[in-house]
Write a protein that binds this ligand. Structure first.
Ligand SMILES: N[C@@H](CCC(=O)N[C@@H](CS)C(=O)NCC(=O)O)C(=O)O
Length: 245
């Protein structure tokens, strides 16, 4: 039995919820963190000594670190042979939301049958898998720290206490990274090539967070094309259409 702890106002929790929705998983969630508390309780700390969200429970197994949870869910539930979409079929009309499947077709602008290569959440090919891993690490160690200060200033800091220099420095650090992603997506349909993989999930959540800030941004046509695909996916609802706080 899967269970998730974490508030949806956290980018790291949103990654896990988005991943579960792409996989078509039911993932009951308990709000935790910030005003919801919970994370300092002895029981929670015993399962996540960091006192942070998200925290995943899968039976007796607990896991923290959002990108690791995304990897785990994709490896456990998204391996090609078990995912109908990866076998090239879409669910029937009116089927319960299995989210990523029609969405992936929409992402590709594809027709009723999803090509096998279109959705490889946890690539079986080693180099393909590590291609995806690389982008997940880049999101966590490079993109997220660059944009974090601007996010905290705009969304977590009262207007009178905001420091425009902190915002400007964060914008200056982040925009070249988006430009780099835009150039990458000019050459590739998805982060790790022709198929939607686990790597697309954390980066979609970063775009959601950055584009939700009340500040202008340059036009990045390829990134916009890729993210428009996400917004067209039923799996993104309740995550990428949420306000940031
Ligand atoms: N590297 C961790 C970072 C986790 C993290 O910093 N979570 C934040 C929310 S994004 C948190 O728990 N903040 C404290 C709180 O919500 O009480 C991950 O990716 O899971």
């Amino acid at each position: 039995m899967l269970h998730l702890w974490g508030r949806l106002s956290s980018i790291n929790v949103r990654k896990v919820v988005l991943c579960a929705q792409v996989l078509g998983l039911e993932l009951p969630r308990t709000d935790a963190g910030m005003a919801f508390g919970v994370v300092d309780s002895p029981d929670y700390r015993a399962r996540n000594p960091n006192g942070l969200v998200p925290l995943l429970q899968d039976g007796d197994f607990t896991l923290w670190e959002s990108n690791t949870i995304v990897r785990y869910l994709c490896a456990r539930f998204g391996a090609a042979p078990t995912l109908p979409a990866a076998r090239g079929s879409l669910p029937p009309e009116g089927a319960p939301p299995c989210l990523g499947r029609p969405g992936a077709a929409a992402l590709l602008g594809a027709a009723p049958t999803l090509p096998e290569r279109a959705l490889q959440l946890y690539p079986q090919d080693l180099q393909q898998r590590f291609n995806a891993e690389r982008w997940m690490d880049w999101q966590q160690t490079t993109l997220n720290p660059a944009g974090g200060p601007a996010f905290r200033q705009w969304i977590r800091t009262p207007p009178a206490q905001r420091n425009p220099q902190v915002i400007a420095a964060s914008v200056a650090a982040t925009e070249p990274l988006w430009a780099m992603l835009d150039a990458h997506l000019a050459r590739h349909a998805f982060m790790a090539g022709d198929a939607l993989t686990m790597a697309d999930i954390p980066i979609a959540c970063e775009v959601h967070r950055w584009w939700g800030l009340p500040q202008p941004r340059p036009h990045w046509p390829h990134l916009e094309r890729w993210y428009a695909g996400w917004l067209a996916m039923p799996a993104s609802r309740g995550v990428l259409d949420l306000p940031l706080s």
